[in-house]
Structure formats: structure tokens, C-alpha cells
Design a protein around this ligand. Structure first.
Ligand code: ADP
Length: 219
């Protein structure tokens, strides 16, 4: 049995104290890819943002290797648990500068961007190495999302939180991204939580599906 990296304990997510989803109990081990399934608007992004520590839980807790985020220290937690949003923020600079930026944070002290590795990672998700010198914001949304995924992977996180990483992509590009996610889990022992509505594709690269249950509002 491999080590549990991420634990969600009775985690209840929502806004202004109002839960969106029923409490979630989940333990994700190193090397596992878990799909969060639910219709649009059900709370998948909210759940990922809560796990990333961007929104406080309504109730329950998130633990990384048994410890709550504050016990790790937030900078350390954020280095280990990396969140890729559906519409990632890109600096108004080249792709290379975007990939390099997280290495300039104090939490990444001692690490540096390896350009050859970055080019290889871009190619693994279907982007040409030549994009490195292009302006990130001039790429399509689907390309920017893949740059953001590469940016996250290069940090070698323990946990990757991916919000609809293939939604703007055609099936061939989606398959490349899914294979890269699978390889990240297998070769680097990352735990991956992935919000997706593409249920039909989940079996090809995920180990487990979690069907999110919404709370029925009675107002
Ligand atoms: P999904 O990712 O499954 O499409 P979301 O987590 O984006 O769902 O949204 C779930 C619900 O939370 C939606 O009804 C949405 O309108 C609402 N919501 C999203 N962001 C906020 C916010 N900042 N404040 C209040 N409600 C929000």
C-alpha cells in the first residue's frame, strides 16, 4: 500500500458558510489519479480551490501527509500542492519567463528552470519547443492551459490539482495531456486530483472516480 499524500476529512466546501457539496472523505496515495465528477456548477472548482487553500472549508479539513497546511507553513504547502486553474494567469512575457517565474519564489530556493527539460515537457503535451520564446498571452487558451500544466509539473509537486485541463482540447491533444498526467503520477509518485466533465475519457487515465454530491438548497 503506497503512502497517502492527501487527505480530505469530512471536507465541506461552499461560500459564506453555505455548503455546496456533501462532506467528502478521500485519501489519495502517491501515484494515484482521481477524477472528480459532477455537472457544471456542482462545485468541482470550489473543491479544488479549497484543497489548494484559496478558500476556507465550511467544515472539515485538508491534510498533506497528515498535517494541515498551516503546520507545513503556507509557502511550503503551496510548493507541494500545485493548482492549475481552468483559465491560468500568464505573465505578459514569454513562455520561458512564465515557466521560470515560480523558480524565483523563495519557496523554490535552490531550484532552477532546466530549459531542455521544459522543452521536453512542452512537447509531451503537444506544444512545440519553439513556443518557449513566444509571448504566452498570444497563445490560445488551450495552449496557455498546457503551459500552466507544464509550469506546475516542472515544480515537481507532491499533489497536482487540475481544473478541467483538457476541456478546450480536441481528443488527440487531450490524450497527450492525459498521458502526461498519468506519467507524472507513475514516474514521479504525484497524487493528482482532476476536475473534469469529460466522463467518457476518465477510464483511460484515472485510477478512481469520485462522484460529487450536491447539497440540495431548501431556500
Ligand atoms: P464547477 O467547477 O463544478 O463548474 P464551481 O465550483 O465553479 O462549479 O461553482 C459551484 C457554484 O458556486 C456555482 O453555483 C457558482 O455560481 C458558485 N460560485 C463560484 N464562485 C463563487 C464565489 N466566489 N462566491 C459565491 N459563489 C460562487
Amino acid at each position: 500500500m503506497s503512502e497517502s499524500l492527501l487527505q480530505l476529512e469530512q471536507l465541506t466546501v461552499g461560500y459564506d458558510g453555505m455548503p455546496l457539496l456533501k462532506p467528502i472523505n478521500l485519501s489519495v496515495s502517491a501515484g494515484r489519479v482521481v477524477a472528480l465528477i459532477g455537472p457544471s456548477g456542482s462545485g468541482k472548482s470550489t473543491l479544488l480551490r479549497t484543497v489548494a487553500g484559496l478558500i476556507d472549508p465550511v467544515a472539515g479539513r485538508v491534510r498533506l501527509q497528515g498535517w494541515e497546511p498551516a503546520a507545513h507553513g503556507w509557502p511550503r504547502f503551496r510548493r507541494k500542492v500545485v493548482h492549475v486553474t481552468q483559465q491560468p494567469a500568464m505573465l505578459d512575457d514569454t513562455v520561458e519567463a512564465n515557466l521560470r517565474r515560480p523558480f524565483e519564489y523563495r519557496s523554490a530556493e535552490g531550484m532552477d528552470l532546466d530549459r531542455a527539460m521544459a522543452e521536453y515537457a512542452l512537447q509531451s503535451v503537444g506544444l512545440e519547443a519553439g513556443h518557449m520564446d513566444e509571448l504566452a498571452r498570444q497563445l490560445s487558451v488551450g495552449q496557455q492551459q498546457r503551459v500552466a500544466l507544464v509550469r506546475a509539473m516542472l515544480l515537481d509537486p507532491h499533489v497536482l490539482l487540475l481544473d478541467e485541463p483538457t476541456s478546450p482540447l480536441d481528443d488527440a491533444s487531450a490524450a497527450l495531456v492525459e498521458d502526461a498526467i498519468r506519467a507524472r503520477a507513475d514516474r514521479h509518485a504525484a497524487a493528482v486530483l482532476i476536475a473534469t466533465h469529460r466522463v467518457e475519457r476518465v477510464d483511460r487515465f484515472c485510477d478512481e472516480q469520485v462522484q460529487l454530491e450536491t447539497v440540495v438548497q431548501t431556500t
